[in-house]
Design a protein around this ligand. Structure first.
Ligand SMILES: [Zn+2]
Length: 328
């Protein structure tokens, strides 16, 4: 059940402009079909926008620790919609909803995030976090699912020019912090990677991989099983995740572990609130953070990172201890 929401074309926009609003989400114009990348000639490099942990509540004025989540999500959406670089897609790394994945949260999320991005011709791909709820998501964004490779999970492959995205759904139980990829998704991932060519692969899911188990599980319950698969396929160059509401890059066994920041509230001071722009090339990835909301600015050099697909990667991330995680 992949969640791909194609951009709306100018013709469709004119056709449907009269019925814009609630009817926008009707399945009539959100076709149930497998995702395919539209053919075109993108200039080098290929840009993607990553959003994580938007935590949009039904109530636009909902505040958590001084942050109005809807305001920040709107700001990020506006920046992405007007971003001068041509974007191949917008990827949501989970925790779209505020706390317990209510249907109303997704209605607001659709109205202030999904609809404007579609109107701006941005194709969207979404996975779930531990504060999401699959059924409510599908109610709130009617008609966006397509038959997928793994039953009851939002797993999919999104092809890119320089790297393919393997999107996994790590939601185990709504409102419970740890996540799980699950046996069916793990098998699908292993099989799909074995069948894939040499093109680099970036795997994305909401939860962190805990390569060293923490006293209290915060990330994936099946971290070890996932890590074994990722490290046994040489095309896997990076694992992208959210959950911790922090910005951090590590590298282990040739795989870049990229913790993309939240646009919403923080669990610790000094972290950025931002959406993330990936500029992919044949040899690696340039990352730029785009700040949203109030709060302190990170030094400019910590808002970017250069990752190379070979082992001699030059990384310019913030340097912080990695053992402690907050998850949400
Ligand atoms: Zn979160």
């Amino acid at each position: 059940m992949p969640i791909h929401i194609p951009a709306i074309t100018r013709r469709q926009m004119l056709k449907h402009s009269a019925a814009w609003g609630a009817a926008m989400l009707a399945s009539a114009w959100l076709p149930r079909r497998a995702w395919t990348m539209p053919p075109d000639a993108r200039p080098h490099p290929e840009h993607w926008a990553i959003l994580s942990d938007t935590h949009v509540a039904e109530n636009l004025r909902e505040v958590n620790t001084g942050v109005t989540m809807a305001d920040n999500a709107r700001q990020a959406t506006e920046q992405i919609a007007t971003c001068g670089d041509r974007l191949a897609g917008v990827l949501f790394c989970g925790d779209c909803a505020y706390h317990t994945g209510e249907s109303g949260d997704y209605k607001t999320f659709a109205k202030i995030v999904v609809d404007p991005l579609r109107r701006a011709n941005r194709p969207i791909h979404i996975t779930m976090g531990n504060h999401d709820h699959r059924e409510h998501f599908l109610e709130g964004l009617a008609g966006v699912s397509a038959p997928g490779p793994v039953e009851k999970r939002f797993a999919s492959i999104v092809p890119g020019r320089y790297a393919d995205w393997f999107i996994l759904d790590s939601l185990r139980h709504t409102g419970e912090t740890p996540g799980e990829i699950g046996e069916a998704q793990l098998k699908w991932l292993d099989r799909s990677l074995a069948a894939a060519g040499p093109k680099p692969v970036i795997v994305m899911a909401h939860h962190p991989i805990e390569r060293v188990p923490l006293p209290k599980l915060n990330g994936l319950a099946d971290s070890r099983e996932l890590w074994k698969i990722l490290t046994s396929h040489r095309q896997v160059k990076a694992y992208v995740f959210g959950h911790s509401h922090r910005w951090l890059i590590e590298q282990a066994e040739g795989i870049h572990l990229i913790n993309v920041p939240t646009t919403a509230y923080l669990f610790r001071k000094g972290e950025p609130r931002a959406w993330t722009q990936f500029a992919l090339s044949e040899t690696g990835l340039h990352i730029t953070l785009h700040k949203v909301g109030d709060g302190e600015d990170l030094p400019a050099e910590k808002m970017v990172a250069d990752l190379s697909w070979d082992a001699s990667s030059s990384i310019i991330p913030p340097k912080r201890p990695v053992a402690e995680h907050g998850g949400g």
